[in-house]
Write a protein that binds this ligand. Sequence first.
Ligand code: IMP
Ligand code: MG
Length: 181
Amino acid sequence: MIHPDIERILFDGQTIQRRVESLAAEIERDYGGKAPLFVGILKGSFIFLADLVRCVELPCDIDFLAVSSYGKESETTGTVRVLKDLDSGIAGRDVIIVEDILDSGMTLSYIMNMLQNRQPASLSICTLLDKPSRRKAPVFARYVGFQTPDEFLVGYGLDYSDRYRNIPSICVLKREIYETV
Ligand code: IMP
Ligand code: MG
């Protein structure tokens, strides 16, 4: 049963899984002979990261970075706070940042700058979703799962006010849930 706060399903679980498998194949091809470090941006990327790395047949490490970029729940403030930093140094590593959704780009542009200063061998972005129409900061994602329209999405790790992350598909949230009239 679909949740009553959901307007419609955009990508169902099977569609997501197929796309994740082909992203993993691209990563495997590009990083052959290397041992990349996947950096999941918490909390939104946790399901995507878990599915992605299980399809990548390369030796790899996994770490997490927790940031908070929102003053309110659905609009960015441009201020990024690091809530949990990486456990280990990344100098000389091939780092792949794994994110749920690239929206204004403020969060990832801040994270890219921060991690670039730590001198990794390479640094790239793998985002499940991309809303290109909303971009404010120039950010290039090497791997993109799906481009999406400018609607508020939840499920498969994505939240509104920390809810709906456990819905297996990517869904459009009803406007009345996040818009106060
Ligand atoms: P940005 O800094 O504006 O690119 O925001 C990226 C972050 O905002 C993502 O990691 C998400 O946590 C959150 N976000 C942006 N759009 C959505 C959405 O449609 N649903 C859920 N979270 C979103
Ligand atoms: Mg979020």
